[in-house]
Design a protein around this ligand. Sequence first.
Ligand SMILES: O=P(O)(O)OC[C@H]1O[C@H](OP(=O)(O)OP(=O)(O)O)[C@H](O)[C@@H]1O
Ligand SMILES: O=c1[nH]c(=O)c2nc[nH]c2[nH]1
Ligand SMILES: [Mg+2]
Length: 160
Amino acid sequence: MAERYYTVSWDQLHRDSKALAWRLVERGPFHGIVAITRGGLIPAAIVARELEARLIETVSVVTYNEEQRGQPAVVKPPAAAIAGAGEGWLIVDDLVDTGTTARVVRALLPKAHFATVYAKPKGRPLVDTFVTEVSQDTWILFPWDTEAQFVAPIARSGQR
Ligand SMILES: O=P(O)(O)OC[C@H]1O[C@H](OP(=O)(O)OP(=O)(O)O)[C@H](O)[C@@H]1O
Ligand SMILES: O=c1[nH]c(=O)c2nc[nH]c2[nH]1
Ligand SMILES: [Mg+2]
């Protein structure tokens, strides 16, 4: 289990993904975007809207089952139409953690520009552009993985 959690709301994700788009607009134009499913899909949609990108491809790499990491498996490789080792393409994922997923996708599209919204120190060297760094022992909680629930008053928690 992670030592701490960094909770991201829909609003914050939208704001951070737009901040990523601001950084990327200087690096384009791009032929299109390759979203790493599933986590990269929503940041990719927000970035695509800001960069006016209409061509969106996907790559699917499965590595985690909840917080347990396994061997990465490429469930869906990049479309054959992405030529030139991905040169001029933008890859978008929600985050880079150990860098396992990024390493696999970079091997498939070595010339593409790799962008994530969040980065942890181990994966950071694999990313060309990102917005916010969190510590390695932090688990980022995305809005699609969470829901609001009742929390007991502080006075009842026994931690005063
Ligand atoms: O740098 P890493 O250690 O590889 O971790 C980062 C990857 O892990 C998560 O995806 P996950 O494999 O959980 O799949 P999902 O996007 O479908 O949730 C996240 O969306 C990144 O793609
Ligand atoms: O929701 C997630 N939060 C994380 O911090 C993380 N790291 C790898 N995969 C992850 N998924
Ligand atoms: Mg993912």
